[in-house]
Design a protein around this ligand. Structure first.
Ligand code: FNR
Length: 381
């Protein structure tokens, strides 16, 4: 109603409502290499298509004549109360999308009280991003590196800056075969983008003969070396990480029941079911396809988050109905950032939440806690 009424007063949203139009607008305003970096996936991009198709193979079963006028999307995740089971996915190098990058996203997220998972490869240092968020919950995503001292330093900084969980990405032992970026020979990190947490890190800086502000080249090379032999290669690495922090740890990129069960056994505090938005393995199982077997294996012992292909409220509804505790919104908010900076992210997230609320209300469910097995069914064709 807000959208309809504002339009009467001559005010328009900063971004298109439809996802497809949002992406098209972003393409118009962003540089071609930045657009392709965000839009693209691994190889033939079959995994990206599978992510979207997977949602079409489930159908919501709306139930009628339930009074769901008192609805709430609120939920509790890892002991934190959230207004909705939605977080913003870690997306690196946001300054190639918009000069205000992660700062704009953090401000927008705080303005609508939606947590972010900050990428370890953010353009701005995590402390600066934290400052832009006030008391809104924030988590930190860690990419592994070959020097454990740097990992310890990053995790300790995250603790001090008020990040309340560590998401450790396990699907990126190396970067995927991304044909769009390979065609352009474009990798933003090699141009010094997305290294804000490293350039500001005392342990990282101690290994440099010149500070990055004076000469970025050796600093960029040092980063490339850190990621070149990146792990985590085994559960032992995660056990070591466990010994470094009291924060909850959630591996991101889990796609199989056996790995999910192992995560529980290893004392992980949650998992993120994800195929990195189709950017790592071409021809991979879709995240949503993997979800049911993982829900069965985890048996409610730790929370399960899901990303990869969440575009609209009904997608999130389906993931939640299949047993996810929360979803991560990825590319949609990045397009919002590209189109209109902070206001664009805010409008994309507000639209998404309103759409999700309607998916619940019109389907006869009062909120995530009200969902039952009857809420969803596999499509027959
Ligand atoms: C990502 N993703 C990602 N994941 C992560 O753990 N650390 C990161 O730095 C990044 N960076 C990143 C950059 C870009 C441009 C994209 C599109 C994605 C993956 C991200 O967290 C999430 O898994 C996907 O975006 C989900 O797919 P959809 O829904 O965005 O298609």
């Amino acid at each position: 109603m807000g959208i309809y009424q504002s339009a009467l007063a001559g005010q328009r949203l900063s971004v298109p409502v439809r996802y497809e139009a949002l992406e098209a607008r972003a393409k118009e305003v962003m540089s071609p290499e930045a657009f392709d970096y965000v839009a693209g996936g691994a190889g033939s991009e079959a995994t990206m298509r599978a992510n979207l198709d997977a949602f079409q193979r489930w159908r919501i079963r709306p139930r009628m004549l339930r009074d769901v006028s008192a609805r709430s999307l609120a939920t509790t995740l890892l002991g934190q109360k959230l207004g909705a089971p939605v977080l913003l996915a870690p997306v690196g190098v946001q300054n190639i999308v918009h000069p205000d990058g992660e700062i704009a996203v953090a401000r927008a997220a705080a303005s609508v009280d939606v947590p972010i998972v900050l990428s370890g490869l953010s353009s701005f240092p995590m402390e600066q991003v934290a400052q832009a968020m006030g008391s809104t919950p924030r988590w930190f995503q860690l990419y592994w590196s070959s020097e454990r001292d740097i990992l310890t330093s990053l995790v300790q900084r995250a603790e001090r800056a008020g990040y309340s969980a560590i998401v450790v990405t396990v699907d990126s032992t190396t970067i995927g075969w991304r044909e769009r970026d390979l065609t352009r020979a474009y990798l933003p990190f090699l141009q010094g983008h997305g290294l804000g947490n490293y350039f500001s890190d005392p342990v990282f800086r101690a290994g440099l003969s010149e500070p990055p502000e004076q000469n970025p080249i050796p600093a960029i090379q040092r980063c490339a070396a850190l990621f070149g032999h990146a792990a985590p290669r085994s559960w032992e690495d995660l056990r070591w990480l466990r010994s470094q922090t009291s924060l909850p740890i959630l591996p991101k990129g889990v796609l199989r029941a056996d790995d999910a069960a192992r995560a529980v056994d290893e004392g992980m505090n949650g998992i993120v079911v994800s195929n990195h938005g189709g950017r790592q393995v071409d021809g991979s199982v879709a995240s949503l396809e993997a979800l049911p077997e993982i829900v069965e294996a985890v048996r409610n012992r730790i929370p399960i988050l899901l990303d990869s292909g969440i575009r609209r409220g009904s997608d999130a509804f389906k993931a939640l109905a299949l047993g996810a505790d929360a979803v991560l919104l990825g590319r949609p908010y990045v397009w919002g950032l590209g189109c209109a900076g902070q206001a664009g992210v805010r409008d994309v997230v507000l639209n998404f939440l309103a759409d999700l609320d309607l998916a619940f209300g019109l389907s006869g469910y009062a909120g995530p806690g009200d969902l039952d097995e009857q809420a969803i069914v596999g499509a027959t064709q």
